[in-house]
Design a protein around this ligand. Structure first.
Ligand code: SAM
Length: 298
């Protein structure tokens, strides 16, 4: 099954429920169910070919699933039965999204699952990898809104001299991410905590690199979060950021209409953009664009 078919099936299901977009739990229930089905169908469809000729994709899928089971401390049956709190009807309100969505065991699992095949998630990883050369020996980086910790672990695995700090607003994400770092044997080079990106528990000029991938759109005032990121970034340090355009979702509390609006935000806080990529992804409801940037704090 191609990913585009999955997206079409997902959108079709959404449209059968008029209230889905105004009800975050319903949206996520459908998305989660579809993602699991997509995963299983893809695995079944590939099984014959994989048995004949083992493919890297199989190994990677198996690894991500095994990571998820370990991080969430569940077996397959429990994974399928993961509960999303029913009372959640977050209407683009930060406190409601935080307490009723991010603070669930389900949330980091759902985000982690995206790294099997969700093209925007794979693009994020590829963009980070594209700029590994900006991390020097002994680099100290900060992952803002680390979610399931996939990117944090991925970066730490590249070089044994690199160290990470990071914050996320969700305790469930912290628990999940720390287990992932432990499984990847990089936990001792990290210090993750629960905090708000708008008020970071670090001194000025603390980091060589800050990573803020798909997090600033989750707060109503992304400029405040980015200014904090700048405060803790050394002069000459690099920022790796990703922001979606035209992707209104309940947990996205700030909408960017165009890539230029994203660039204007970077310019406003004084970042100098070195590399800016835009990628368009198709959905039945219309395309959306993800933007990826490498910038320097001049
Ligand atoms: C879409 S996920 C991105 C996770 C990760 N950066 C990645 O790309 O895989 C967004 C994350 O931002 C976190 N978040 C939302 N608002 C936040 C805030 N004000 N401060 C810190 N983290 C926040 C959420 O808990 C969630 O884990």
């Amino acid at each position: 099954m191609l990913y585009a078919d999955f997206e079409r099936a997902f959108e079709a299901q959404l449209q059968t429920r008029a209230d889905s977009y105004s009800n975050a739990v319903e949206y996520h229930r459908i998305r989660f169910g579809q993602t699991i089905q997509y995963l299983l169908r893809s695995i079944l469809e590939q099984t014959d070919a994989l048995v004949q000729q083992p493919h890297a994709g199989w190994v990677r899928t198996e690894e991500v699933v095994s990571d998820i089971l370990y991080c969430a401390d569940v077996d397959i049956e429990q994974l399928f039965a993961l509960e999303i709190p029913n009372e959640l009807t977050a209407d683009r309100d930060f406190e409601a999204v935080k307490t009723k969505l991010y603070e669930t065991k389900y949330y980091p699992v759902g985000e982690h699952l995206n790294y099997i095949s969700f093209p925007p998630a794979l693009e994020r990883k590829a963009f980070v990898a594209k700029h590994f050369s900006r991390f020097r020996e002994d680099s100290y980086f900060c992952d803002l809104g680390f979610g399931p910790g996939v990117l944090t672990a991925f970066i730490l695995q590249q070089d044994a001299s690199w160290r990470a700090a990071g914050v996320d607003i969700s305790r469930d994400c912290l628990r999940h991410a720390q287990r992932l770092l432990k499984k990847k044997a990089v936990l001792e080079r990290s210090e993750l905590s629960v905090a708000d990106v708008r008020s970071l528990p670090y001194p000025d000029n603390a980091f060589d690199v800050v990573v803020a991938v798909e997090v600033l759109e989750h707060i109503p005032d992304p400029e405040v979060g980015l200014a904090e990121a700048m405060r803790v970034l050394k002069p000459g340090g690099y920022a790796i950021t990703a922001l979606p355009v035209q992707l209104p979702m309940l947990m996205h509390l700030c909408d960017f209409d165009t890539p230029d609006a994203v660039l204007a935000l970077y310019e406003k806080v004084g970042l100098e953009v070195i590399d800016f990529e835009t990628k368009e992804f198709q959905r039945q409801a219309g395309p959306f664009i993800d933007t990826f940037a490498l910038s320097v704090n001049p």
